[in-house]
Write a protein that binds this ligand. Structure first.
Ligand code: AFP
Length: 329
C-alpha cells in the first residue's frame, strides 16, 4: 500500500463541505467505531461467558431467536447513533423503528450481528448497515422512510469481525475495503475500487436444503455439480461459512456467488435473509463493485419492501453467475 488512507481522511475528503454528505460520513464513522467495540467483545470468545446464550424467551423483531450478543450489539449501536444525525433505527432485533435524534436527517437499517448462530464456534460474524434519507414527509410516518426500493440507499456497508476487523463500505462511488489497525486505532484503506470478477468457479449455498428448492435453483446446482463433463464445461468449488458477511467478504476478495433461495420449508418461502437490512446493503455494495444481486431473477435494489422484517431470496456476487442463475428461471 503506497499511501496510508484512513477512513476518517477518506470520509472527510468525500464529504467536503456538503452537509448531507457530512451527516452520512459522521454516521459511517460512528457505526465503524461501534464495530470496533463489538469486535473486541467477539474476540474474547468463551471468556465472555454466555455471549451465544439465548436472550430471554421471545424471538427478535424478525422472529428469530436472540443471542445475548445480538442484544448487546444493538444496544451499542443505538447508544452510539443517538449522537449521530440519525432520526430512527430499523433493527433486526426490534419489531418497530427506534426513535433516536429528533433532528436527524437520516435513517439507519441494521442487522447488529449477522451470523450470531456461529458465535460459539469462533466463526466470523458481522454488522450490516444501510443508510437512508429521512425527509420532512417521513416525520408523520417514519416507517415510510424504510419502505422504499433499495436504490433509495445513500450508503451501505458491513463490518466483519474475523482474524481482521474489516469494513466494506460504499457511499455510492464504488466499494471500498478498510482494515482496523489496532496500533493506530484507525481503519486503514486496503482497497479503493473493489471489482468482483465477472465469472467464477465458486459458489456458496447450503446444499443440504437442495430437496426443498424450486426447479430452477436445483437445475442450476445440478449443472454445477456435473462439472467439466456437464453443461457448464467447468468444475466448481463450494464454500459455505454459515455467516453471510464472511461469504460476502470472500466474494468481494476473489469472486463467487452466494445463494440463499426460497425453499419449501415452513418459514423459508421467501428465503432466510432480510430485505431491508441485509439484502439491500449487500446488493448496493455488490453492484458498486461490478457484481449482481437478485432474488434469483429480479434485481434486489428494484424491490419495494412491504414489511420492515420481510425475508427475500438472495443471490449475489459475480455478475456472470448471477445472470446464469436467472437464466434458469
Ligand atoms: P444467524 O444470524 O441466525 O446466524 O443467520 C445467519 C444467516 O442469516 C446468514 O448470515 C447465513 O449465510 C445464513 O443465515 C446461514 O443459513 P443456514 O444456517 O440455513 O445455512
Amino acid at each position: 500500500m503506497s499511501q496510508i488512507v484512513t477512513l476518517q481522511a477518506f470520509l472527510d475528503h468525500w464529504a467536503g463541505s456538503d452537509p448531507e454528505k457530512a451527516a452520512i460520513a459522521s454516521t459511517v464513522r460512528t457505526i465503524a467505531g461501534t464495530g470496533v467495540g463489538i469486535a473486541d467483545l467477539v474476540a474474547r470468545g468463551p471468556l465472555e461467558e454466555g455471549l451465544a446464550r439465548i436472550h430471554g424467551s421471545d424471538p427478535n423483531g424478525g422472529g428469530d431467536t436472540q443471542k445475548e450478543l445480538d442484544v448487546i450489539a444493538e444496544e451499542a449501536i443505538c447508544a452510539a447513533l443517538r449522537e449521530a444525525p440519525v432520526a430512527y433505527l430499523a433493527s433486526e432485533e426490534s419489531e418497530d423503528l427506534i426513535a433516536l435524534n429528533p433532528k436527524g436527517q437520516l435513517v439507519v437499517a441494521v442487522d447488529p450481528l449477522d451470523g450470531s448462530s456461529n458465535i460459539d464456534t469462533n466463526v466470523s460474524v458481522g454488522t450490516i448497515y444501510s443508510i437512508l434519507p429521512f425527509t420532512e414527509a417521513d416525520r408523520d410516518n417514519p416507517n415510510a422512510a424504510v419502505m422504499k426500493p433499495g436504490t433509495n440507499q445513500l450508503a451501505a456497508g458491513f463490518l466483519a469481525y474475523g482474524p481482521a476487523t474489516i469494513l466494506v463500505s460504499s457511499l455510492g462511488n464504488g466499494t471500498q475495503v478498510f482494515v482496523y489497525d489496532r496500533e493506530s486505532s484507525e481503519f486503514i484503506m486496503a482497497r479503493d475500487q473493489v471489482e468482483i470478477p465477472v465469472e467464477t468457479r465458486e459458489y456458496g449455498v447450503n446444499q443440504s436444503n437442495m430437496r426443498h428448492w424450486d426447479e430452477a435453483m436445483s437445475g442450476w446446482i445440478k449443472d454445477c455439480l456435473a462439472g467439466k463433463e456437464g453443461p457448464r464445461g467447468k468444475d466448481f468449488n463450494m464454500r459455505w461459512v454459515g455467516s453471510m458477511v464472511a461469504d460476502a467478504f470472500r466474494i468481494f476478495t476473489r469472486g463467487g456467488v452466494y445463494v440463499y433461495s426460497s425453499d419449501k420449508r415452513k418459514g423459508y418461502e421467501n428465503g432466510r435473509l432480510r430485505l431491508i437490512y441485509e439484502a439491500f446493503p449487500i446488493a448496493m455494495l455488490t453492484e458498486q463493485a461490478g457484481g449482481g444481486a437478485t432474488d434469483g431473477k429480479t434485481r434486489i435494489l428494484d424491490i419495494t419492501p412491504h414489511h420492515i422484517h420481510q425475508r427475500i431470496p438472495l443471490v449475489f456476487g459475480s455478475k456472470g453467475e448471477v445472470e446464469k442463475i436467472a437464466s434458469y428461471y
